[in-house]
Design a protein around this ligand. Structure first.
Ligand code: PMV
Length: 364
C-alpha cells in the first residue's frame, strides 16, 4: 500500500535516543448498526463492497485498545478481554495483518503488544470486528505518530474489516462503495446528537451464527435475486439518507425493515455446498427471531413507533424514538415471558461518536 498523501509527519522511529515506550497509544471505537446493509463484495481482498451502506454508531458497544510498538518483543502479542490470543489463530492473524499495514505506512518493523477490551459480549449480533478493527487502526497509527485524516483512517480500517470503515466517523455514517481502495471510505451524514433514536438489540440466542459474514458476502453472488437487490439500492440509499436528515421516523422505519428482509432474502437464496451436503441458502433466524418480527408489526398496529432490522444472525434490533424506549422494552419483556424460562439479553444504544484517541491505557 502506498503512503497516503496527507500523512503529514513521519517520526524518526529508528532514532535510538528515543524511548521505545513513546510508540504507544490508546483508542476507543464503537461498533455500528447498518440501516442499509453491506452484503456482497466487489473485491474480497480489498473489502470493496458491492454497494454503499448507511449506519449508526452504537453507544453501548465499545472497544478500547492500547497498542505499544517495541523492539523488546519478537512477535506481535494480542490480548482480548485479558486473554492472550493464540498466534496461530484467526483473530491474531487479522490483528497482525492490520499492524503490518500500519507498519508499512510508517516504514517500521517493530512488533507490537495489543490489549483490547470490549464493553459488550461477542456473538450477540453486534459486530465486534467493526469496533475492534477501528480502535486498533486508530491506536496503532497514533502510536506510530502517523497523522492520518479521517478518510485515510476509514480506508485503512476497511482493509482490516469492511464495516470497521463506518466506525471511524461520528454518528450517522455512509460508506461509499467506491471503485478502488482510495475511493471506498465512510463519511458522516449527521452527528450523533442529530436524532434521538434508540436501538434495543434483543439477543435471543447465545449460540454462534450459522455462517460467518465473511463467507456470506461471497455466497451472496450465488443468489439469483442479488441483481434485483442491487438495482433497488440507489433509491433506497437516497430515501434513507433523506429520512435521517429530516428525522422522518416512519419513512426511515419502512426502508429499514424492507432492507433487512432484502438482505435475508439474498442469504436464504444463496445456495452452497458443505462436504457431502447441499444447502439451498443461509438461514440466520431462529423461531424467536420470527416471533419478534411478527410482534413488531403488531406493536406498530397498537400505536408503538418501532421497526426492526437484522444483521447476519438471529439478534433482532428494534429501533424506536428515544421517548418510546421503555414502552418497547416492556413489550419485549412481555413477549419473552410468553415462553417459560427463556431469557433474552437486551442491549440499548444511542447514536455514538466515531473512533478517537484516549489517554486511558487498556494495558494496565
Ligand atoms: O464487515 P462484515 O464482514 O462483518 O459484514 C457486515 C455484514 C452485515 O452486518 C450483515 C451488514 C452490515 O452492513 O453491517
Amino acid at each position: 500500500m502506498s503512503r497516503p498523501k496527507s500523512c503529514r509527519s513521519r517520526p524518526d522511529l529508528n532514532n535510538s535516543q528515543e524511548k521505545v515506550s513513546v510508540y504507544k497509544a490508546s483508542a476507543v471505537a464503537h461498533s455500528n448498526l447498518a440501516f442499509v446493509k453491506y452484503w456482497g463484495k466487489a473485491n474480497a481482498e480489498l473489502n470493496l463492497p458491492l454497494n454503499n451502506s448507511i449506519s449508526m454508531n452504537l453507544s453501548s458497544a465499545q472497544t478500547h485498545t492500547t497498542v505499544e510498538f517495541s523492539d523488546a518483543l519478537t512477535s506481535d502479542e494480542v490480548f482480548l478481554n485479558d486473554e492472550r490470543l493464540d498466534p496461530t489463530g484467526f483473530f491474531w492473524k487479522r490483528v497482525s495483518q492490520q499492524l503490518d499495514r500500519v507498519r508499512a505506512l510508517a516504514h517500521v518493523e517493530m512488533v507490537a503488544s495489543v490489549h483490547s477490551r470490549n464493553t459488550f459480549p461477542s456473538g450477540v449480533g453486534i459486530a465486534s470486528s467493526a469496533s475492534g478493527m477501528a480502535a486498533l487502526t486508530v491506536a496503532a497509527t497514533a502510536a506510530l505518530k502517523l497523522d492520518l485524516a479521517e478518510r485515510e483512517l476509514s480506508i485503512l480500517a476497511r482493509l482490516g474489516s469492511g464495516s470497521a470503515s463506518r466506525s471511524i466517523p461520528s454518528g450517522f455514517v455512509e460508506w461509499l462503495a467506491g471503485e478502488d481502495s482510495q475511493s471506498s471510505y465512510s463519511h458522516q451524514i449527521a452527528p450523533p446528537e442529530h436524532w434521538a433514536i434508540t436501538d434495543v438489540a434483543v439477543v435471543v440466542s447465545a449460540s454462534e451464527k450459522s455462517m460467518a459474514s465473511s463467507d456470506g458476502h461471497l455466497l451472496a453472488l450465488n443468489s439469483p435475486f442479488l441483481r434485483t437487490r442491487l438495482a433497488s439500492l440507489s433509491d433506497r440509499l437516497n430515501v434513507m439518507r433523506r429520512a435521517i436528515l429530516d428525522r422522518d421516523f416512519e419513512t426511515f422505519g419502512r426502508e429499514l425493515e424492507s432492507e433487512a428482509i432484502s438482505l435475508h432474502a439474498i442469504a436464504m437464496t444463496s445456495a452452497w455446498e458443505s462436504p457431502g451436503a447441499w444447502h439451498s441458502g443461509i438461514y440466520y433466524w431462529t423461531p424467536a427471531t420470527i416471533e419478534l418480527i411478527q410482534a413488531t408489526q403488531d406493536w406498530r398496529r397498537d400505536g408503538l413507533h418501532v421497526y426492526f432490522t437484522l444483521d447476519a444472525g438471529p439478534t433482532v434490533h428494534l429501533i424506536c424514538p428515544k421517548d418510546q424506549r421503555s414502552a418497547v422494552i416492556d413489550a419485549i419483556r412481555t413477549l419473552e415471558r410468553r415462553q417459560k424460562d427463556r431469557q433474552w439479553t437486551l442491549i440499548e444504544s444511542e447514536p455514538a461518536r466515531g473512533a478517537y484517541v484516549t489517554d486511558t491505557d487498556e494495558a494496565n
